[in-house]
Design a protein around this ligand. Structure first.
Ligand code: C5P
Length: 327
């Protein structure tokens, strides 16, 4: 039996880089948001043994360096399962794009494998295995609006943002995440001391915490500024306000000087009407959030005319994410 799963992308709504840890990773604080752009993963378990990766896209590694290979290797062990696992990857998302393409592919593969085997790992075990394969995987086991802490692998569901119209631009540039982290370290020393890094993380944490409690208060009818929480607008606006007023992705500070064309893309997306535009993760994808779906579609068409690879899409709430994942 072949199981087909949609492997959705993510964007980062703000990202703070903290201290370099003893294990070589950096402390992170970010809000992940799943979006509707996706690859398609098909998993089949047959007789024999081994793991085979198929993809028509030459950029997709077919060996054990592929995140899908690595997660199947770990999961079959944990599930005590046998058989030959064939994974087919239909690629639409960019490689090294900051959209979590390879990470989402691995989680989709894990979910498909469980279905194909009719066996399931306990939730915490799945999160552990996902985190072992990469920092950006566990978020795809939550979906929607997700808080990422630790090295980004510790994930907590946040109250979902409303579905937002979005344009994702995928420039023909691959950005290496480890290299960008190393460049960040080089660029920060010596003016940013570890204490400064923590302060900036704490500041972001306070803003988030204030948003969460404002939402709680709004639910109980005691919204901010005494506004009653009729409808859903009030509770959602603080994070949208935060987004609008310039929640920042620290990676921009190292990526834009190296790839000035990406800053130019961000400006073009802003000029096309986005109320907020940012690099996603370490890039190279740039996204813009728009007030309406038609504004996003118009902006994408305008960008395409200028020769920019732009796709109109929307963010996915947790419920949408899980209801659309299996075909
Ligand atoms: O976890 P992942 O495999 O995505 O990380 C790839 C590399 O990116 C790590 O080996 C590390 O160099 C860097 N990284 C980091 N801090 C993080 C996440 C990743 O320095 N929080």
């Amino acid at each position: 039996m072949s199981v087909t799963v949609r492997s959705f992308a993510k964007i980062n709504l703000g990202l703070r880089i903290g201290n370099l840890r003893a294990d070589g990773f950096h402390e992170l604080l970010t809000i992940y948001q799943t979006v509707a752009l996706h690859d398609v993963i098909r998993v089949q378990v047959g007789r024999g043994s081994g793991i085979e990766i198929r993809s028509e896209d030459p950029r997709v590694p077919k060996d054990e360096s592929n995140t899908c290979y690595r997660i199947v290797d770990k999961a079959t062990g944990a599930l005590n399962a046998r058989g030959r696992v064939v994974i087919e990857i239909e690629k639409c998302l960019p490689v090294q794009g900051g959209l979590g393409g390879a990470s989402g592919n691995a989680v989709a593969t894990l979910l498909a494998l469980e279905r194909a085997l009719k066996k399931e790992l306990p939730g915490p075990e799945k999160l552990r295995i996902a985190a072992e394969v990469g920092s950006d995987l566990p978020l795809f086991l939550v979906g929607g609006t997700v808080l990422g802490v630790g090295r980004g692998e510790q994930v907590y569901p946040l109250p979902d943002l409303p579905t937002l119209a979005c344009v994702v631009v995928t420039p023909d540039v691959g950005v290496s995440t480890p290299k960008v982290f190393a460049d960040w370290d080089a660029s920060q020393a010596p003016e940013l001391t570890p204490a400064d890094a923590s302060d900036r993380m704490n500041e972001f944490g306070r803003v988030l915490s204030a948003w969460l409690s404002a939402q709680q208060k709004a639910k109980s009818g005691k919204g901010l500024s005494g506004v009653s929480a009729r409808g859903r607008g009030r509770a959602e606006t603080p994070l949208l306000d935060l987004v609008r007023t310039g929640i920042e992705n620290d990676f921009e500070r190292v990526v834009f000087p190296q790839y000035p064309e990406l800053l130019e893309v961000k400006r073009v997306v802003e000029r096309a009407g986005a109320f907020y535009a940012s690099l996603s993760g370490s890039g190279s994808a740039i996204y813009g959030l728009f007030a309406t779906r038609s504004a996003a579609q118009k902006a994408a068409a305008r960008l395409q005319k200028m020769g920019v690879k732009a796709l109109a899409t929307s963010t996915l709430t947790r419920r949408q994410y899980w209801s659309r994942i299996f075909e």
